[in-house]
Design a binder for this molecule. Structure first.
Ligand code: MN
Length: 439
């Protein structure tokens, strides 16, 4: 269990002025990522306000010792996989040292500040890459409101299948098509077979959707044929991000039986590029919501008292849509949904324990999606499938435009913030993608 320490002090300020009061990256966050400065090669960095601290350069300058040095050295390559493999002790030491180096009142402030642009890059001038080489990507289905809403479209009287409250449902996704925030997302072609047509046809998806999810980055992992006990599962989570599981609903509806999602999901997945650590999120842990009366208690391998007490996360999520029309008019995205990670029916640790429970090996750089996180009201839904009830009730935007599903040119932006009285607010940065026409 991650404890609170001086790095969480809400009064700590950074000499990087933009960090103080920054909605995502104040000195209390310090997420890791892989960035590329103009004219340079990809390398590891730490987001601080509107700047990125060059971790590789900081390591070369000899700013770390002991365990923190071990972590910084592991993070000095072109991916964070070696840092992820280390586990929490080294990562915690690195966080403490980074916080001290960036502290307004830090003993070495003058020296560190003196390195200037050798150490700090303006984030707007940098390209952000995936933080890791992703070994495997698994998408869960732990958003119970989403599962219920979608189930209701097909089975109004019995929306959840009988396994849902026993099994953290998931499917194996595709790692090769996961991309960092910011790029174009090509509308997939595929087989479409609406009920109104006798035969399937091949062409651009007509029901193109987003899914609002929490991404979970896996750390040390387990050897093939071994399991991860629920009480130790936390130690294998090295960070979190926002994840858009882009979904082609028409392709999905035709292809998914009997083996589940395939081409409807594997053409592109977008993640926010910063790995927000369990340490940064320590103040925002929460008790797992008690199961409603009548729900079964999880089987023993999925039950841990500590996980139930503090294994959930309190992260406010939101979905914004920027249509091509509004972008050309220079206007801001419109908020079309938002929920909270407390809506998840299974904790991240339960997902890890379940994934490994049959002996499947997890490894550093593996990625989980949580499943779409919806609340219980229309304005809290995490997909257009739910908001428009399968496309039947178009969403009216304040601009006068309507949407059944996404149009070419639409840009979907996820944001998230963690707020708690007595602590600095932290965020995740954006998870953004723009739909471009099918090829
Ligand atoms: Mn999904």
């Amino acid at each position: 269990m991650t404890s609170l320490d001086e790095t969480h002090d809400q009064n700590r300020r950074s000499w990087v002025a933009s960090a103080n009061g920054h909605p995502d990256f104040p000195i209390q966050n310090l997420p890791f990522g892989i960035f590329q400065p103009h004219g340079g090669a990809p390398r590891s960095g730490v987001a601080i306000g509107d700047e990125i601290l060059d971790l590789k350069e900081a390591f070369s300058l000899g700013l770390f010792s002991g365990l923190a040095r071990e972590a910084a050295e592991a993070a000095s390559g072109a991916t964070l996989n070696p840092l992820m493999a280390l586990g929490s002790a080294a990562r915690v030491a690195l966080r403490a040292r980074l916080s001290a180096l960036l502290d307004e009142a830090g003993a070495e402030r003058t020296k560190v500040e003196g390195y200037g642009t050798v150490l700090l890059h303006k984030a707007v001038d940098c390209i952000l890459h995936l933080p890791a080489r992703i070994g495997d990507y698994t998408d869960f289905y732990a958003g119970i409101n989403h599962a219920t809403n979608v189930g209701r479209l097909f089975r109004p009287d019995n929306p959840l299948l009988p396994n849902y409250k026993y099994v953290p449902i998931g499917y194996h996704g595709r790692a090769s098509s996961v991309r960092a925030s910011g790029g174009a997302v090509v509308r997939p072609n595929g087989q479409r077979k609406p009920a109104t047509e006798e035969f399937p046809s091949y062409g651009p998806s007509r029901n193109f959707d987003y899914e609002l999810e929490l991404g979970i980055w896996i750390g040390p992992g387990n050897a093939l044929g071994t399991t991860v006990p629920i009480a130790a599962a936390d130690q294998h989570i090295v960070g979190y991000c926002l994840l858009n599981d882009w979904s082609a609903r028409d392709i999905q509806g035709w292809e998914y039986q009997p083996l589940g999602p395939f081409l409807a999901k594997n053409f592109h997945t977008t993640v926010s590029p910063w790995l927000v650590t369990p340490e940064a999120l320590a103040p925002f842990r929460a008790a797992q919501a008690p199961r409603p009366d009548g729900d079964p208690r999880p089987l023993d391998y999925l039950w841990d008292d500590g996980d139930q007490a503090t294994g959930a996360l309190d992260i406010a999520l939101e979905v914004l849509l920027l249509t091509a029309g509004r972008r050309m008019a220079g206007e801001e995205p419109i908020r079309i949904g938002g929920s909270n990670t407390r809506e998840l029916y299974w904790t991240p640790a339960q997902m890890v324990a379940h994934h490994a429970s049959g002996g499947c090996n997890l490894g550093p750089g593996d990625l989980f999606g949580s499943g779409t996180i919806s609340g219980t009201t229309t304005d809290s839904f995490g997909s257009l499938l739910e908001i428009t009830e399968g496309g039947r009730k178009p969403l009216a935007l304040p601009s006068g435009e309507t949407r059944r599903f996404l149009e070419d040119g639409d840009e979907v932006v996820f944001r998230a913030q963690c707020r708690r009285e007595g602590f600095a607010t932290i965020g995740f940065g954006e998870c953004r993608g723009r739909v471009v026409p099918a090829v």
